[in-house]
Design a protein around this ligand. Structure first.
Ligand SMILES: Cc1cc2nc3c(=O)[nH]c(=O)nc-3n(C[C@H](O)[C@H](O)[C@H](O)COP(=O)(O)O)c2cc1C
Length: 482
């Protein structure tokens, strides 16, 4: 099956499959949506959390969709992979993500784009009345924040277009504050435009097809829209903006068009960050909104960025392993077996990789390829294990670390380059006495040792006679590997 061509088509299937909960009672967008979503995340394991559709938001006719791709199962469904067995699903996802990189397809301009079914220009635009933008950390955030907006912009020098998910503070009926962190594509674009004293045209895409959403939230080294086409080997239908030459997904729910005026900075924040703490207010660029276009009966899509667990961390944990796999494959690092990013570290900051170790510094090759990439240079902890360790199981991981790691030899620490929102070093200038450091742990076996267990033959015989011993039936908690 192919990936879904729009967010609403995907949502319909989630509904049919019992993966979506429709919340039809009236809710308040400024405290209740975020608190319901947090309570839900705290109450269920990642795999058990449903997608939520808030259908009745006080003062708004637009519904809000959350958490739709935030389990490995639903992330795969979004790409047309309906497979229950996790190992098989992971294999198919790996293949699909690699195909998306290898067989990229340029987007195709279409005449009839659903995202243009409604067009509001200039003074007709009032985002505060149109969009049900929640406050995510009530009482602490500066105001409502658009959290799943894919900002499209072009490099003023090369003309290359990019889309990235940056938070946008709703500052008024036609004004947004934007935070594109150091090293992000739109960060480079506005810096170059400001140096030329020129405005930077932007478009904010809300509710894109999942094939766009995935590369939108990850730093990919290619044009995200060509990767979207690569998933199924078909060009992504796109439309040209009303006020610029930017291209946006034709099946997006909502598109906000505007520009970043040169050398204008206004206070942005405070905001409850993905790393779990409130970041202080800072002067940042703004977007002056010129137009909004949207489908009939549009769906407002959001992420909850928060102290984990949350919906953004769960989405990242569900899809990032495949992007990391692509990064390692492109860097030529062989024999990668499994990749896991626990949600507890936002699905980005602890990365565990198992490999079939071929040579002594193979694990370090993994670490430096990841840290050297555009995609994951910000990863704080990388742990590399042998292929026989189930890296999703804390017991097996802890055992590998304690048995194999000689800290003075097997730990690599490097300085700098982490997120400015990392709470371990302090987020304000006054708090930042140190820079963030990163750690790699080589937890592979340093030499071939003899494991202290009875022979395999003995276990086989005991299993055959198990019922005679009168102990309750065997369960498969840990594999015994010989
Ligand atoms: C919910 C969510 C919110 C995010 N917010 C920001 C943000 O405010 N600023 C930022 O620089 N990156 C943010 N990111 C990370 C970027 O979306 C990600 O690094 C993306 O790949 C950047 O796009 P680029 O590759 O075009 O630079 C966020 C990611 C998610 C999933």
């Amino acid at each position: 099956m192919e990936s879904f061509k729009s967010m609403r088509d995907f949502m319909e299937v989630l509904d049919r499959e019992g993966e979506l909960v429709r919340i039809s009672c009236a809710v308040d967008k400024d405290w209740e949506i975020s608190t319901i979503a947090r309570q839900m995340c705290f109450s269920y394991k990642l795999d058990q959390r449903p997608a939520l559709l808030f259908e009745n938001i006080r003062g708004f006719s637009m519904p809000l969709l959350l958490n739709e791709t935030a389990t490995p199962k639903r992330a795969a469904m979004a790409l047309g992979i309906f497979v229950d067995d996790p190992a098989e699903r992971r294999k198919l996802m790996r293949e699909k993500f690699w195909r998306a990189y290898e067989n990229r397809v340029s987007p195709k301009l279409v005449e009839k784009a659903p995202c243009k079914e409604n067009i509001l220009m200039g003074d007709e635009v009032d985002l505060t009345r149109l969009l049900p933008v929640p406050i995510w950390t009530p009482g602490k955030d500066a105001g409502p924040y658009i959290t799943a907006g894919g900002t499209v912009s072009r490099d003023p020098e090369t003309g290359e277009q990019s889309i990235g998910n940056y938070r946008l503070q709703l500052k008024g009926k036609n004004k947004l504050g934007i935070y594109a962190g150091d090293g992000q594509d739109t960060f480079y674009h506005w810096r170059k435009a400001f140096a030329l004293n020129k405005p930077l045209p932007v478009a904010v895409v809300i509710g894109p097809p999942p094939t766009v959403l995935f590369p939108q939230i990850y730093r990919v080294p290619f044009d995200e829209l060509s990767i979207a086409g690569g998933f199924d080997g078909k060009p992504l239908p796109v439309a040209k903006c009303e006020t610029s030459d930017l291209l946006v997904p034709a099946y997006a729910e909502i598109v906000i068009e505007g520009e970043i005026p040169p050398n204008v900075f206004e206070e942005e924040g405070p905001f409850g960050e993905a790393f779990g703490v409130i970041s202080p207010q800072r002067p940042r660029p703004i977007i002056n909104v010129k137009a909004v276009t949207f489908r009939h009966n549009p769906i407002y899509h959001a992420f909850m960025s928060s102290y984990v667990p949350g919906t953004a961390s769960a989405t990242r944990a569900s899809i990032k392993p495949y992007f990391v796999y692509n990064t390692l494959r492109m860097a030529g690092v062989p024999e990668i077996r499994d990749i896991y990013l626990p949600e507890a570290a936002t699905g980005t900051q602890i990365l565990i990789v198992s490999i079939k170790k071929m040579w002594a510094f193979h694990p370090r090759h993994v670490m430096f390829a990841i840290w050297g990439s555009k995609a994951s240079h910000d990863c704080k902890f990388i742990i590399v294990t042998d292929e026989d360790v189930n890296i999703r199981d804390p017991f097996e991981l802890n055992r590998a670390i304690f048995m194999n790691v000689n800290p003075a030899r097997d730990v690599v620490i490097i300085e700098g380059g982490s997120w400015t929102i990392d709470p371990s070093v302090g987020m304000s200038t006054e708090q930042r006495a140190t820079t963030a450091t990163k750690m790699g742990i080589d937890a592979t076996r340093p030499y071939k040792y003899d494991i202290a267990l009875p022979e395999e033959e003995h276990f086989r015989k005991v299993k055959e006679r198990w019922s005679e011993y009168g102990i309750k039936p065997l369960e498969r908690i840990l594999e015994i590997l010989f």
